[in-house]
Ligand binder design. Sequence first.
Ligand code: FAD
Ligand code: FES
Length: 267
Amino acid sequence: MFLHCFWAMLITGTILDLRPAGPEYFVLRAHAPQVVQHAAPGQFVMLQGWGEQDPLLRRPFDFHRLDREAGAFEVLFKVKGHGTAMISRLRPGDPLSVLGPLGRPIPFHEAPKAVGLIGRGSGVSPMFTIAEEVRRRGGRSYALVSARSPDRLLCVDELRPFCQAVWTFTDDAGGGAALRQALETLVRDEALDAVFTCGSNRLASLVAQLGQEGHFAGYAFMDAPMACGVGTCKGCVCRVRRDGAGYRYALACLEGPVFPLSEVLIE
Ligand SMILES: Cc1cc2nc3c(=O)[nH]c(=O)nc-3n(C[C@H](O)[C@H](O)[C@H](O)COP(=O)(O)OP(=O)(O)OC[C@H]3O[C@@H](n4cnc5c(N)ncnc54)[C@H](O)[C@@H]3O)c2cc1C
Ligand code: FES
């Protein structure tokens, strides 16, 4: 197996910008040209922005944007606990420890025709680099952005220039059923090659189910707890189907974080 973390490096980057993106959500922009140079959609970084021992471990984040000209990347994150709260308090000019790029890049079809992108909450973050790449390859993207409430719908305006259409769904407006219907219509009318989903096991299961019935390849970003990001701690296992019968354990940091839904078990 080719390990993409071969390119991973540990560097000290610099925070260029840190701005709120919604309740509890932030976008961090950092200068880290050595990491950005080798990074691709679907990969992630482990970040640490504190000089103390607590928390001990870096925290994983998907690439939201890759700006190769500026040598900068962005991550979009939700404040969950101690680590993300500390990162949210950093300031432009502060140093940032960056380990990456990690994980496998997305296996893009050489010439994708139409791709569905489904993100919930901060799970919309990695959809931006995918939409950008699909457009670069001459394909069309359709984004379905889901959230608990309207103020938590992220990146909608940002995605529009890169997508054929962007639809939003919120729980307080019966979003689950409406999203399912919209996806079924898309699959029927647009002959999607692939659908990527991030941020919700429920939505990943829906894509897996429709993928079995339809003719597209479904993929999910697996949000497994990660302590090291490079295959050492064995803390990020996911079950994947084995050829023939049964299943095996895969490390999400090495074989993922993006897995084909025909292989990975959503649990
Ligand atoms: C490959 C990968 C990419 C990720 N990308 C993003 C991203 O782009 N944006 C973003 O907002 N988040 C992302 N996450 C999740 C993010 O890493 C966690 O929210 C973060 O590590 C929590 O750290 P903390 O110190 O703030 O919280 P902790 O104090 O460590 O935990 C606080 C709470 O969050 C829960 N938690 C911790 N890690 C996770 C996790 N991985 N999934 C679900 N719950 C968790 C804990 O169980 C606990 O209840 C990603 C995770 C992975 C594995
Ligand atoms: S995060 Fe340590 S093995 Fe995957």
